[in-house]
Design a protein around this ligand. Structure first.
Ligand SMILES: [Zn+2]
Length: 326
């Protein structure tokens, strides 16, 4: 699956040329002001456009409204904000994945408004992330999310809902909103072996002179191996008597290192390369000291692979979780 998440969705047909123009300009503005950088820095920027109107920073001072409306917030004499359409996708997203969660929304109104997008955990209704959108023009916009919470850490597994509010927190008019899916299922890691597989020796299995430090996953040679968690490829090397072709990835936003061994020689991720969760890093092989085609996988605790960390015996538990939802 290589669906682009940065382009305009083909299905989002727009009927009128005028609307298309406005939408295009708005999309550009939204792109320029994307509040989320992929590497986890959560900068909030305001979309700037050539035709910036004078910001009306106090919506409550509209036609006759003397701030008596309590929590009403964003409504003013200029009319309320109406949400015309919204959608979120893809339905399943992984932390720091190839396909980032994208929320697209179209608002109508007569002037720019101060809005915000909230990302809500549907289990406990906690807001885990906010994108502030000051002077947001009527039209179509989007935000993308690669899985960080507001503290820059990976969010927990769960279902997350995007919702648009006025800056003050009032809901928008959704009575005529098209689209009913504004949630995504989120997972922190992806099972690394794509294809039919079974579990072999786990952590602690006896080996000559030492114990097995990881989990073997048996599969045909040539099956795709993807990054269970994206990040920087710390090592991509070869060890004749042991690991064969192996890769160590410094997992993004976790202190853990992810280690893949006995890979086939060709098409491997290179040292220093940054890979996304779910991105192919190699293929199942039997290089090094391997009896038969399999992936030997290890997880290393902070500060990592042979630099003070240790191989984690919980590796099998994690793998089975990822296998279940991937
Ligand atoms: Zn092994």
């Amino acid at each position: 699956m290589s669906r682009r998440t940065d382009g305009t969705r083909p299905g989002a047909a727009r009927r009128k040329g005028v609307i298309a123009l406005v939408a295009a300009a708005a999309t550009m503005a939204a792109t320029a002001g994307l509040a989320f950088a992929q590497d986890g820095t959560t900068t909030t920027t305001t979309p700037t456009q050539g035709t910036t109107t004078t910001p009306d920073t106090t919506p409550a001072k509209g036609g006759g409204g003397t701030s008596t409306s309590g929590g009403g917030g964003g409504k003013s004499g200029g009319g309320s904000v109406r949400l015309k359409a919204e959608s979120a996708g893809p339905s399943k997203v992984f932390f720091y994945g190839k396909n980032r969660a994208t929320y697209r929304y179209t608002i109508s109104g007569d002037r720019p408004r101060n809005m915000k997008i909230q990302l809500v955990n549907r289990q406990n209704w906690r807001v885990i992330k906010v994108w502030r959108k000051d002077d947001l023009e009527p039209g179509s916009h989007k935000v993308t999310w690669s899985g960080n919470n507001r503290h820059g850490k990976a969010a927990k597994k769960g279902t997350y809902l995007f919702r648009i509010r006025t800056k003050r927190g009032a809901d928008v008019d959704r009575s005529r909103t098209k689209g009913d899916d504004r949630s995504v299922s989120f997972f922190p890691d992806k099972f690394p072996l794509r294809g039919k597989h079974s579990y072999g020796d786990g952590y602690g299995a006896p080996r000559a002179g030492h114990v097995h430090q990881g989990q073997d996953i048996l599969a045909d040679c040539g099956k795709r191996i993807v990054a269970a968690r994206g990040g920087r490829v710390q090592y991509s090397g070869y060890q004749a008597g042991g690991a064969g072709y192996y890769i160590v990835i410094d997992g993004k936003s976790t202190g853990h290192d992810y280690v893949y061994m006995h890979l086939q020689r060709g098409q491997r991720a290179k040292q220093g390369q940054r890979v996304r969760t779910g991105e192919q890093i190699g293929k199942v092989g039997d290089t090094g000291d391997a009896s038969g085609c399999h992936l030997h996988f290890e997880l290393w605790s902070k500060p990592g692979w042979y630099s003070g960390g240790h191989a984690m015996r919980t590796v099998t538990k994690y793998l089975r979780q990822w296998d279940h939802w991937s």
